[in-house]
Design a binder for this molecule. Structure first.
Ligand SMILES: Cc1cc2nc3c(=O)[nH]c(=O)nc-3n(C[C@H](O)[C@H](O)[C@H](O)COP(=O)(O)OP(=O)(O)OC[C@H]3O[C@@H](n4cnc5c(N)ncnc54)[C@H](O)[C@@H]3O)c2cc1C
Length: 431
C-alpha cells in the first residue's frame, strides 16, 4: 500500500501510451533556497515556473508524482477559449475594467498555448480546428445564440451552426444548434505538460518529482516547504494543486469540488470512417446535463469524454454509458474496439470561475478551472508568475478572493450524483 508521501504511478491512458517521453527527473534530497517555490507540476505550476524563469526569477517546482500526473496529463485535450461566464455577465459583475480583462484573458488563452507550443517546439499534436459548443436542449440553444451575439459584438467571429451546419461539421444529426469558435483547438495534453516541463528545465527551473510538499511554514519573512527528504526556502510560494489539493494550506481542499471526469478512446478509425466524423478536426463540448465532450485525435481515434464514476477507475465496465453515447451519436463506429479508458479530477468552484487567493504575504494560489484548464491554467500560470515576480495585485486579470471552504464537503460525491440526476430530469422535461 502507498503511504501519503509515496509517488502514485501515472494511470494507464491513451496519452501515457502515446505522448512524448518525460524529461529526465530528479528527486529533492537536501535543502535548497530559491526565489519562488511552486507546489504542483501541472499546467498551472509549469506555466508559472516557465514564465518566472523567462523573467529571470529563480523557481523550483515540487511535484508529488511526476509532471503532468494530475488532470493536466489526462484531460480531453480541448484548448477552449473563454471562461464559463459570458462576456456580458463578467463585465456586469466585475465592471468594465476588471471584467473586460477577464474576458480578454479567457479569449486569448488559446493563443498563449499555441504560441508556447510553437516557441518551444513542443511535440504534442497541436491542431487549431476550433471549439464547437453544441446545444443539448432548448434552454442551451438560447444560451448559444446569446453567447455568439456577445462575442460577435466584441469583434470575435463565432459562427452559429444550424442542424445542417452541425451535421456537416460534426457528422451527426443529433444537434439542432451549435456554434464554432475558431480560437480553440486540441492537443495531446500529457505531451504538452511534458513539453512545458522540458522548456522550464531548459530555462533554468528545478523540477523535483516524487517530492510531495508536506508542510508550509513562514518565519522571518521567508517561506519554508518541508518535503520527505529536504526543504525549500523561498520568498514566495505558489500553490498549483487544483483538483488534487490536499491539506497543505487550511481550507483549500474544501474550497473546490474535485469532480471526476472520464474519457474512453477507440482504436484508430479507418480513413473513411475518420473522415465522416468531425472532418475539420474541431473539438466539441455539449451544453447539456451529460457534459459530454469529444474529438478525433491526430491518429484518427475518437476520444469521448463525460461523467462516469466518482472514483479512480480504469475498468471499461464503468465507461459503458459513455461508449453507448458515442455509438448513439456515430452508429458507424459500432464494433470498433475501445482501447483505453481513464479518469481524473477536475476542480469545480461554486461560482464556476477560477479562483486566485493570497491568504498570506507572498503566498499565491490559482485553481478551479471548472474543466477548462488547458488554456486557462496556462494563462493563470503566466499571471501568477507576473505577480510572484513583483507585479501588483491590481494588475491581475482575476479578483483576489478569500478561500471559502464548503460546509459538508465530505459529501461531495453524493451531491454531484444528485445534481446530475436533477439536471438530466430538467433537460428531459424541458424546464
Ligand atoms: C478527464 C479530464 C478531462 C478534462 N478535459 C479538459 C479539456 O478537454 N479541456 C480543458 O481545458 N480542461 C480539461 N480538463 C481540466 C484540465 O485538465 C485542468 O483544469 C488542468 O489540467 C488543471 O491543471 P493544474 O496544473 O491546475 O492541475 P493538475 O494538472 O491537476 O496538477 C496538480 C498537481 O499537483 C500535484 N500535487 C497535489 N498536492 C501536492 C503536494 N502537496 N505536493 C506536491 N505536488 C502536489 C498533483 O500530483 C498534480 O500533479 C479535464 C480534466 C480531466 C480530469
Amino acid at each position: 500500500m502507498l503511504s501519503g508521501t509515496e509517488r502514485r504511478p501515472l494511470p494507464r491512458s491513451l496519452y501515457a501510451d502515446t505522448a512524448r517521453s518525460a524529461p529526465a527527473e530528479a528527486v529533492l534530497n537536501g535543502d535548497l533556497t530559491t526565489e519562488v517555490v511552486i507546489v504542483g507540476g501541472g499546467f498551472t505550476g509549469l506555466s508559472t515556473a516557465l514564465h518566472l524563469a523567462e523573467a529571470g526569477v529563480s523557481a523550483v517546482v515540487l511535484e508529488a508524482n511526476e509532471p503532468g500526473w494530475g488532470a493536466s496529463g489526462r484531460n480531453g485535450g480541448q484548448v477552449n477559449p473563454g471562461l464559463k461566464w459570458t462576456p456580458d455577465q463578467l463585465e456586469a459583475a466585475f465592471g468594465s475594467e476588471l471584467g473586460g480583462r477577464m474576458v480578454r484573458m479567457g479569449g486569448e488563452a488559446p493563443d498563449l498555448v499555441f504560441d508556447l507550443i510553437a516557441r518551444h517546439g513542443i511535440a504534442c499534436e497541436p491542431v487549431r480546428g476550433g471549439t464547437i459548443r453544441a446545444a443539448g436542449g432548448r434552454k442551451s440553444e438560447a444560451g448559444i445564440r446569446d453567447f455568439q451575439a456577445q462575442w460577435q459584438s466584441r469583434g470575435v467571429d463565432i459562427t452559429l451552426l444550424d442542424r445542417a451546419g452541425m451535421e456537416s461539421e460534426v457528422g451527426t444529426d443529433a444537434y439542432a444548434l451549435g456554434c464554432i469558435d475558431r480560437r480553440g483547438g486540441n492537443l495531446n495534453p500529457l505531451g504538452y505538460a511534458r513539453g512545458l516541463a522540458e522548456a522550464a528545465l531548459k530555462a533554468g527551473v528545478q523540477i523535483f518529482s516524487s517530492t510531495r510538499a508536506l508542510k508550509l511554514t513562514r518565519s522571518n519573512g521567508r517561506w519554508q516547504v518541508v518535503t520527505p527528504r529536504g526543504t525549500v526556502t523561498a520568498t514566495r510560494v505558489v500553490l498549483a494543486t487544483n483538483g488534487y489539493s490536499d491539506d497543505l494550506w487550511p481550507g483549500l481542499r474544501r474550497s473546490i469540488v474535485p469532480v471526476y471526469s472520464s474519457i474512453a478512446a477507440t482504436a484508430q478509425l479507418s480513413p473513411n470512417l475518420a473522415a465522416s466524423i468531425m472532418p475539420n478536426r474541431p473539438s466539441l463540448y455539449e451544453m447539456s446535463a451529460t457534459y459530454a465532450y469529444y474529438r478525433i485525435d491526430a491518429h484518427n481515434r475518437l476520444l469521448m469524454g463525460g461523467r462516469s464514476v466518482m472514483r479512480d477507475s480504469g475498468n471499461f465496465s464503468d465507461y459503458r454509458t459513455l461508449i453507448a453515447y458515442a455509438e448513439k451519436l456515430f452508429p458507424a463506429i459500432e464494433g470498433i474496439e475501445w482501447t483505453h479508458c481513464w479518469n481524473g479530477q477536475v476542480a469545480i468552484t461554486p461560482d464556476s470561475l477560477p479562483h486566485v487567493h493570497e491568504p498570506a504575504d507572498g503566498l499565491h494560489i490559482g485553481l478551479g478551472y471548472n474543466g477548462r484548464g488547458v488554456a486557462m491554467a496556462t494563462a493563470i500560470g503566466r499571471m501568477l508568475a507576473r505577480r510572484a515576480a513583483g507585479g501588483s495585485a491590481e494588475e491581475l486579470d482575476l479578483p483576489v478572493t478569500r478561500i471559502s471552504p464548503m460546509f459538508g464537503h465530505f459529501a461531495w460525491p453524493l451531491a454531484v450524483k444528485a445534481r446530475l440526476v436533477w439536471e438530466t430530469f430538467r433537460e428531459r422535461a424541458g424546464v
